[in-house]
Design a protein around this ligand. Sequence first.
Ligand code: FRU
Length: 706
Amino acid sequence: MIRSIGNITGALFIAGLGLLAHASPARAADPSGLADAVLVADFEAETYGDWTVTGKAFGPAPALGALPGQMAVEGFLGKRLVNSFTGGDASTGTLTSRSFKIERKAINFLIGGGKSLDGTFIELIVDGKSVRRSTGPNDSPGGSERLAWKSWDVREFVGKMGTVRIVDDRKGGWGHINVDHIVQSDDKLEPEPVRRELIATARYLLLPVKNGAPKQRMTLTLDGKIIREFEIELAEGPGDFQVFADLGAYQGKTIVAATDSGRRKDALAGLVFSETLPNADGLYKEACRPQFHFTSRRGWLNDPNGLVFHKGKYHLFYQHNPYGREWGNMHWGHAISDDLVRWKELPVSVYPYKFGDWAFSGSAISLDGDIIAAFTSTGRGECLLRSKDEGLTWTEFPGNPAVKHEGRDPKLVWHEPTKQWIMALYDEYQNKRMIAFHGSADLRTWKFLSRIDGFFECPDLFEAEVQGEPGARRWVLYAADGKYVIGQFDGKDFHAEPGKHQLWFGNFYAAQTYANVPDGRHIQIGWANGMKYPGMPFNQQMTVATELTLRKTPDGIRMFGTPVKEIASLRGSATSVSAQTITRDHHIGIEGVWDDVFELNLSLKPGEGSVGNLKVRGLPIQYDAAKRTLQCGTVSAPLEPVDGKISLKILVDRASVEVFANDGRVAMSVGFTPAAKDRSVELSASKGSIDVSDIKVYELRSIWTR
Ligand code: FRU
């Protein structure tokens, strides 16, 4: 039976009555799952009830999750919790329960926030003395706002009266505490560490994942030394898919796997060694696996990193969580390609320095036979690495961190006139979002050069010739949203010409251009963020590789982006359709031989005031001649006809389309979830008439070489 000893719950659990439990069996169990629960407080009401509040930190009532300026707060029960972030970390205060009888062997509660035994804590007071005390888990930048169960063993106090006091007496970083659901029970909810010895009998350790399961912190230890440490939504029972840790270097060794928060004694029973990857036979054949966009075999990816051509291969490193479908555990994943189209995924390349000191974004160059990478080590600063084996393993530069500042995402670029390396960085200087430039002649000693305001994350910088203006060159500078400025970079300052321009629209972020491309092309890959892959063991994709050029237009110099010419090597059979005029009464369905991924080219000559509609596997794409906008799904971009025409190249994959309009004046990356069987392409006009010509569809082959 569940009883309440405070009045916080209000009507839900009424001491001794059990009436509601009878009337509403769905509510019978304490949400913690304990059968013998004696609730101290669930903090679900709109006031603190009979708790005594001092100071400002706890606000007027339990909080509805995160407070302004706070990271997402997770892991609490119900709608509300105690959160002392009211007014940020600087505020202080206390929250004290009324006295209650200790009648079970344990007091359980959820706790998160700062880890300070005299600054951010919860304590139990018995006979005027503090007899138990616990803190949140965080004492350094980064960390997590996730609450976890703690349990006090209070057997020695059973029968006595106790008081719980929650204290926030800390003003600096992590100067807050989160608490929820304080409940007495003879059972402890605090997970016991679970460990299991495993002999590495094969290369891959497969680990089962259950999407949405509580995250557990897991370590793999060899001879007392941690060799892997990560968070994982470990399946304790049937999972959704398996991830893997590559332990090829530890064959025959005894590895101890341990989790700090397994809920069951056999929590690690699902770990198995395998010579092959999880679902090796089905890999790249999954129903929603993009067929010509890079995705990782398992887990999450975001920004492309370290794009460099080195010893005949294009390298694609990327932000990667090898252990789950969501962002976290940041490593650098790694893939290589001969042609920027067909990718082969290699083992994880850059491991975090330690748990919580993640390998965030950065870049790479090819120099004297080595790859040199610059990346953000979140605990240290901007660091440089050298690889002598094509990015498989790395050694740290002696002077790491090379640059320390508030910011991230170093991009290395050679500046020939001043014979120095430039490191363009995202710099949170005086709380402004800026790009900073640092310079070095030897990649070892770095000197601050200048800053430019108005850019957020993942800078990129390159110089290109201006097509159609012999001898003219310009520098391009952009950050994660892809919006770029054109100007001159003199080795110290970036002199921007007026205006910020946009090439890419839609699902596009944190793009980067390749270093050391032998034919001098400017080749860009972006993170096509936010597409959907229902039920898949991977998440997120890259855009196709595009070639960037600067061209003169009536509006000034603009950057154009078109798929690299190598993409044409994926083309299979072609279907051409004769030119025709579409009107309200004349719709056409284009038919031919292609499977679910294909390339569609066509040219529109829109009549005055006309609206042309294209439907590709059900996704609407529209050109409105009056508004002069191109729309694809919910993404729209301004687009002027050139010589009265709009040309479209549309790359259709299983989770996305990319639209390149007017030879790359506008590029769009748009996520959609087509019906698996839908291969349709339809053309119609909802206003006026449109001449459609040069209609050509190519089937596209899969890029996956295995
Ligand atoms: C951009 C970004 C970078 C950071 C990385 C972390 O998407 O936030 O600024 O380095 O992702 O994964």
